[in-house]
Design a protein around this ligand. Structure first.
Ligand code: BJW
Ligand code: ZN
Length: 249
């Protein structure tokens, strides 16, 4: 793979790197994406599952969908793309991962600075009294939504559904990192969900060099400085090798 000169120059001189990641980075770990030809939402409509009213109307159905995804996530692990990103910390002072994913695979791969914009499937809380229930307290074999031990309320995953606010401090800090970045990699996301999709836009507006890694064109392809089309698990390790050569390690 030939990387263009401007990108190589940035890789040489950059201090601060941001990765903005989406479901596509975990596809090679066997976790289905939301949209696109293999997306789960070709079969299941997002509005029926990823919003609070849907949960109140049919809690067991929504819970079962999350249990299904939890099981896949438990049984798999990070892939070469997650590991390559974690490895960037050996070559740059300031590396941040801003992810829309709830699967914690960046954490399991060893990345240190992760901003989870849409929450984390390993955490849950009671919709009434807000008591936290982490994954260790959730029985994966139970398809029915569990009830709170304190008040009997429904327990929901600690993720951000449509119409809900993103965690404000996490988003503000992620935005600051994007604005300060020298390179922003946009990896495996369709970049259609807002406000998350403002992250790369803000990065570029503040002078960051935008590099997209995706198997196909997306909403942001015409806006980025460089598009690398292919699987994240194949492309990210190649970029890391280039960095090793550039830095003579
Ligand atoms: C590969 C690959 C391989 C495959 N290698 N690549 C403008 C401003 C602000 C808000 C809005 C706005 N316009 C509309 C809104 C509202 C709404 C929104 O964005 N709607 C859109 C339909 C337009 N946004 C919201 O509701 C947000 N909240 C909000 O705005 O609050 C403010 C507010 C509150 C109250 C009142 C009024 C305003 C919240 C959005 C929450 C999204 N939540 C979900 C579910 C999370 C929990 C869960 O996981 O179950 O987040 S939806 C889903 O989409 C999930 C994802 O994080 C998110 C993004 O998807 P992603 O990651 O991009 O996945 P895909 O499948 O779309 O793409 C995969 C890509 O990978 C593809 O491109 C493939 O090609 C690629 N790929 N294999 C590399 N191997
Ligand atoms: Zn409760």
């Amino acid at each position: 793979m030939n990387l263009d000169e401007a990108f190589l120059e940035r890789l040489k001189t950059a201090n601060s790197i941001v990765f903005f990641t989406g479901a596509g980075i975990s596809a090679e770990s066997g976790i289905p994406t939301f949209r696109g030809k293999d997306g789960i939402w070709n079969k299941l409509k997002p509005e029926e599952l990823a919003n609070f009213n849907a949960f109140l109307k049919n809690p067991d159905m929504v819970w079962e969908w999350y249990q299904h995804r939890r099981t896949i996530i438990h049984e798999t692990g990070p892939n070469p793309a997650h590991y390559a990103i974690a490895n960037f910390e050996n070559y740059y002072d300031d590396v941040s991962v801003v992810t829309q994913n709830v699967d914690n695979l960046h954490g399991r791969a060893g990345s240190s600075h992760i901003y989870e914009l849409h929450g984390n499937i390993e955490r849950n809380f009671c919709v009434d009294c807000k008591t936290d229930y982490d994954d260790s307290k959730i029985d994966l074999s139970n398809k029915q939504v569990p009830k709170c031990e304190e008040c009997g309320g429904l327990i929901r995953p600690d993720v951000v559904w449509f119409g809900e606010m993103l965690p404000q401090l996490v988003f503000a800090n992620a935005q600051r990192k994007a604005e300060q970045s020298d390179i922003c990699f946009v990896v495996g996301t369709s970049a259609v969900i807002y406000p998350a999709a403002y992250i790369p836009i803000e990065a570029k507006r503040h002078g960051s060099y935008l590099v997209e890694i995706n198997i196909e064109e997306t909403e942001i392809s015409s806006y980025v400085d460089c598009s690398l089309f292919g699987k994240a698990g194949e492309i990210m390790p190649v970029i890391l090798d280039q960095i090793k050569q550039l830095k003579n390690y």
